[in-house]
Write a protein that binds this ligand. Structure first.
Ligand code: NAI
Length: 342
C-alpha cells in the first residue's frame, strides 16, 4: 500500500499535481491537505474512476487534528504549500512566511510519519529544505536519503529552452535533452551544465547564445511571474515537474536502481558521492564547503543511493565561474534556513 500526502493540495500547484497523482499507478491512497478549499478539490478528484483512493483533510478538522489525520501512514509527502511570488519579489522574499509553514509541516511529519520520504516544493527551496532538515534533526528522525528539494523545473526548462535554440537542427526536440542542473534553485544559484549533458547544438558555439540560455534557465520563473501579472508563479509546469520527480522516486521505491534525477539534497557523508561533492565545491568556492547542493542522484528503495559527484569534475571554465557565484549566494540561503529553527 502506497500512501502519498499532498500538503497545499488546494493551491495553484497542488490541484494539477493532485490530478496527475490520482492517475498514477503506484499510488493506492492520495491524501490531500490544506488550510482552505480542500474538501472541494478532494470531492472533485474522488469522482475520477482511477483506483487511487482519495481522502481530504482541512487543518481545522476535528479540533485541528487535520494534519495528523492527513499524514497518518504516509509513505511519501509532497509539499507545494505556502505563498507564491508576485512581480518584483525574489524566491528569497518568500522565506519568512513559507519557513513558518514548512516548520509546522515538518513537525507534523516527524510526529506522525517519521519514515516518510519528503519532497519540498515550497520556495525558497534553498532555505526551506534546511528548515525541514533542522526540524527533523531536533526530533531525532532525520534521514538525509529521504529529503528532497524539488528542482526538476530547472531541468525541464533547460531541456525546453535549449531545444528552442536548436530548432533549425533535425531531431532536437525537448525530449532529445536531459540537462543536469546543479547548485540551488534560485536565480544565480541555478547552474545548468550544458557542456556535459547536451547533444551538440551548433547554435551554442556562440558564447553569447550560451550566456543568454543560462540566464533564461536561471530566471525562467520570472517570465511566468511577469506574464501572470500578480496572479502568482509557475503552477502548471511546476505540477508537471513535481509529478515527474515523484514518479521517479516512486518507481525507484519498487526496486528500480537505474533512475537518476537531480534534486537539492543534504550532502551527508554516509551517502556515496557526498564527500567527493563537498570536496569539489570547496575547491571551486574557496570557502567553507556547503551542506546542501542540487546534484544528480541515483534513486533506490531507501531513497538516495548515490550522489553523482563526477559530473562536477567535467564542467568547463565558464561553468566553474557560475558555480563559484552560486556557492556564495547559496551559503547565505542555507545559513538562513538552518538558523530559522534554532
Ligand atoms: P498557492 O498560493 O496557489 O497555493 C499554496 C497553497 O498552500 C494554498 O492552497 C494555501 O492554502 C496552502 N497553504 C498555506 N498554508 C498552509 C499550511 N500551513 N498547510 C498546508 N497548506 C497551506 O501557491 P502555488 O502557486 O501553488 O505555490 C506554492 C509554493 O510552491 C510557493 O512557495 C511557490 O513559490 C512554490 N513554487 C516552487 C517551485 C519549485 O520549482 N520548487 C516552482 C513554483 C512555485
Amino acid at each position: 500500500m502506497v500512501k502519498v500526502t499532498v500538503c497545499g493540495a488546494a493551491g495553484g500547484i497542488g490541484q494539477p499535481l493532485s490530478l496527475m497523482l490520482k492517475m498514477n499507478p503506484y499510488i493506492n491512497e492520495l491524501s490531500l491537505f490544506d488550510v482552505v478549499n480542500v474538501p472541494g478539490v478532494g470531492t472533485d478528484l474522488s469522482h475520477i474512476d482511477t483506483d487511487t483512493k482519495v481522502s481530504y483533510h482541512l487543518k481545522s478538522d476535528d479540533n485541528n487534528t487535520g494534519l495528523s489525520q492527513a499524514l497518518k501512514d504516509s509513505n511519501f509527502v509532497i509539499i507545494p504549500a505556502g505563498v507564491p511570488r508576485k512581480p518584483g519579489m525574489t524566491r528569497d522574499d518568500l522565506f519568512k512566511i513559507n519557513a513558518g509553514i514548512c516548520s509546522e509541516l515538518a513537525t507534523g511529519i516527524a510526529e506522525t510519519c517519521p519514515d516518510a520520504t519528503v519532497l519540498v516544493i515550497s520556495n525558497p527551496v534553498n532555505s526551506t529544505v534546511p528548515v525541514f532538515a533542522e526540524v527533523f534533526k531536533k526530533k531525532g528522525i532525520f534521514n538525509p536519503r529521504k529529503l528532497f528539494g524539488v528542482t526538476t523545473l530547472d531541468s525541464v526548462r533547460a531541456n525546453t529552452f535549449i531545444s528552442e535554440v536548436a530548432t533549425n537542427e533535425a531531431d532536437k526536440a525537448p525530449s532529445a535533452f536531459n540537462i543536469r542542473v546543479v547548485g540551488g534553485h534560485s536565480g544565480e544559484t541555478i547552474v545548468p551544465l550544458f557542456s556535459v549533458c547536451a547533444p551538440h547544438v551548433y547554435a551554442l558555439e556562440d558564447e553569447k547564445k550560451i550566456d543568454a540560455l543560462v540566464h533564461r534557465v536561471q530566471y525562467g520563473g520570472d517570465e511566468v511571474v511577469q506574464a501572470k501579472n500578480g496572479a502568482g508563479s509557475a503552477t502548471l509546469s511546476m505540477a508537471y515537474a513535481g509529478y515527474k520527480f515523484l514518479h521517479a522516486v516512486l518507481a525507484a521505491s519498487t526496486g528500480d536502481t537505474t533512475i537518476i534525477e537531480s534534486s537539492y539534497v543534504y550532502l551527508d557523508d554516509s551517502i556515496p558521492g557526498a564527500k567527493e561533492t563537498k570536496e569539489i565545491i570547496k575547491g571551486l568556492y574557496g570557502g567553507e564547503s556547503l551542506d546542501y547542493f542540487a546534484m544528480p542522484v541515483v534513486l533506490s528503495k531507501e531513497g538516495i543511493k548515490e550522489i553523482k559527484s563526477d559530473i562536477l569534475s567535467r564542467v568547463n571554465n565558464k561553468e566553474k565561474e557560475l558555480l563559484k557565484i552560486c556557492c556564495k549566494t547559496l551559503a547565505g540561503n542555507i545559513a538562513k534556513g538552518a538558523s530559522f529553527s534554532q
